[in-house]
Ligand binder design. Structure first.
Ligand code: 6R9
Length: 631
């Protein structure tokens, strides 16, 4: 593509057609036909997908709903690990590779479906022997290693509810999640390795569970030599734990609506909330998207660069791909360590065909320069994906041109922790518009509406909503029914996602960002209130307000405004102290990149901080209605 052509693409509202060769072989031949099939009879549509999977007992009814609650595959029984493992092992795929794993040093592991099956079964037996029963919560705080995936599946095998906590979270963040879930067990590792450095996870767990009585056992994967010490009867080595266990564990028969996992995510208020997903619908929804959105075929090599600590890893490393029988690549550590060639080298080495990553990573590589990907043979790629935040047209086109060599369609997939699976994108064959996610996938009715729920005019901003239940939707928020119901109450008869968007005359949806006080830093959701409460827990801080500010690499960066307590003076040292404090309270992701000391914060008469006023001022924009401002 010439530079001139590229520049034109950036300024005209571009439409790029996927290559014909791709469309001809795609799993879904026509988006319109597939979508129509769904609209004609949603229940028949989803039943057909579900029929492809194993059930101990089939459903009496596909869907039963009374908003905001819905049940999918009513009274059906299954176990997701039977679909993810046993089904493949018994159907000739025992020796098919499930995972190629690598660390930053180039150490590799090849795990077949057969060996993953054995590991999961042994661990499931060990969990049972340790007294973990169906419905009990197990917190998994591990790096991206095979044992992490196995821990999730072992819980699912026996019906325990896993709550995976991303290994970048700090002590209080981990403690809140363990406490809120009343977890009986924590599975962790001694360390995770990032940028060649060992980060001590076990130590963080030790502190996080101090005096938490619910935690009966801590299972520790020991990777370093000499091995870290284990203390007391609570702690046990991962491999010792499973050593003498039989290699088959009878799967728990799960009702379709039994919870499969919970995952904490940031909302607009207070502490993160435990989103609960259930078994049958989540399984069917993620499986369907693997075959349609990602066009997965038996010989594909799929690489999703997320971590199972986030929903993207749950749905597109663990459950979706394994249920669909995929071969995957996973890599622990940083994308650009030891150098910016790491990811491209892995694509070449393993012949990755489908690659799924986040805009923040694409922008980082864009800055580092195309000489890095150009060193490697990326010709195995046939489909690219993006997730986590809006992808700007510049990054889209770089991804398309430099990584995909203009022959791979890009699926810009909009979805959320709460939705469980991809909701909006351009599935196989749909023309693509850089910067616009696309259309609702078959099975989803989405729209852009005003406060009353009426569709807005083409290209006008509005709220992104979903108007009909979908199988992988969250079913509850742990111990917080009001919060759950609030998703369905803001806009009449709709699920309101919290995002603002536009829809063009062709029905393409473009996500503009969050409508609430959630900041999206490198594709990770961070609540302004979480950062503010971390800041005010510092002895020098009287009040804090936090906003998201556009950032060329991270999407958004955190800026904090701070009023100091009397007796404290602004200084560079204090700024560093405050950053360190947030890192310790929440984790590195939530550290503000900018801190400004102020004397006053804009507030409503009722005392609420008006962040939008701060943001408007910061960005030189119109602050809008100021009638509720205090003075
Ligand atoms: C899967 C995931 C959800 C929020 C969501 C939105 C943003 C995700 C996006 C996107 C624009 C995309 N988001 N994908 N925005 N285009 N393709 O990221 O889940 O961590 O819960 O975040 O992320 O704002 O509401 P989660």
């Amino acid at each position: 593509m010439s530079e001139e052509k590229l520049q034109n693409l950036l300024h005209v509202s571009t439409v790029i057609n996927p290559p014909e060769s791709f469309v001809k072989n795609a799993n879904v031949k026509s988006y319109e036909e597939e979508y129509k099939k769904f609209l004609d009879n949603p229940e028949v549509f989803w039943a057909e997908v579900a029929e492809e999977l194993f059930w101990y007992r089939k459903w009496d009814k596909v869907l039963e709903w009374e908003l905001p609650y819905a049940k999918w595959f009513v009274n059906a029984q299954t176990n997701i690990t039977v679909n993810a493992l046993d089904r493949h092992v018994k159907n000739g795929k025992k020796n098919k590779v499930a995972f190629f794993w690598e660390d930053e040093f180039g150490n590799e592991k090849v795990v077949t479906y057969g060996s993953l099956y054995t590991l999961v079964n042994k661990l499931a037996n060990a969990l049972k022997r340790a007294g973990i029963k169906k419905g009990d919560r197990v917190v998994i705080y591990m790096p991206l290693v095979i044992e992490q995936v196995a821990a999730m599946l072992a819980c699912a095998r026996i019906g325990a509810v896993h709550s995976v906590v991303y290994a970048g979270f700090s002590v209080p963040a981990l403690r809140h999640r363990i406490e809120d879930a009343e977890a009986k067990m924590v599975i962790t590792a001694d360390v995770t390795i990032r940028r060649g450095r060992a980060i001590p996870l076990k130590q963080i767990v030790d502190e996080a569970i101090r005096d938490l009585e619910t935690v009966e056992k801590v299972v520790v994967l020991r990777r370093l030599k000499p091995r870290v010490d284990l203390i007391g009867e609570k702690e046990i080595d991962f491999y010792k734990f499973i050593e003498n266990e039989p290699s088959y564990c009878e799967p728990e028969v799960m009702d379709s609506e039994d919870p499969l996992f919970m995952l904490y995510t940031s909302g607009s208020t207070g502490k993160p909330k435990g989103v609960i997903h259930t078994t049958g619908g989540y399984m069917v929804g993620t499986y369907y998207s693997m075959k349609t959105v990602f066009d997965l075929k038996d010989d594909d090599i799929f690489w999703c660069t997320a971590d199972p600590g986030w929903i993207t890893g749950h749905s597109y490393i663990v459950y979706g791909p394994l249920v669909a029988g995929a071969t995957q690549v996973i890599a622990e550590g940083a994308p650009n360590y030891p150098d910016f060639g790491r990811w491209w080298k892995l694509i070449e080495k393993y012949g990755v065909t489908i690659f799924y990553t986040a805009p923040t990573a694409i922008r980082m590589f864009m800055r580092a320069g195309e000489e890095w990907p150009n060193k490697y043979d990326l010709s195995s790629l046939r489909l690219l994906g993006s997730v986590g935040e809006p992808i700007n047209p510049e990054a889209w086109l770089w991804y398309y041109k430099i990584i995909g060599k203009e022959k791979c369609p890009i699926v810009d997939t909009w979805w959320q922790t709460e939705t469980g699976a991809v909701m909006i994108t351009t599935i196989d064959g749909l023309p693509m518009k850089p910067g616009k996610a696309g259309k609702p996938v078959p099975g989803v009715i989405a729209d852009v509406v005003d406060k009353e729920g009426n569709p807005v005019e083409a290209d006008k901003g509005g709220f992104l909503v979903v108007k009909y239940p979908w199988p992988s939707m969250m079913r509850r928020i742990h111990k917080n029914p009001e919060k759950y119901e609030s998703y369905w109450k803001t806009i009449p008869n709709c699920y309101f996602a919290g995002d603002v968007a536009t829809k063009d005359a062709d029905g393409y949806i473009m996500i503009l960002g969050r409508a609430d006080d959630v900041i999206n830093v490198s594709g990770h959701r961070i609540g302004t209130m979480e950062v503010e409460s971390a800041l005010v827990s510092h002895p020098a801080v009287a009040e804090a307000a936090v906003i998201g500010k556009p950032d060329p690499v991270k999407g958004e960066a955190i800026k904090a405004f701070i009023i100091l307590k009397s007796g404290h003076e602004p200084s560079d040292k204090l700024i560093e102290d405050l950053k360190y404090h947030v890192r310790m309270e929440l984790g590195a992701l939530a550290v503000p990149s900018e801190i400004e000391f102020v004397d006053k914060l804009p507030k409503t008469r009722s005392g609420k901080i008006m962040r939008r006023v701060l943001k408007a001022k910061e960005l030189g924009m119109d602050p809008g209605d100021l009638s509720t401002l205090e003075d």
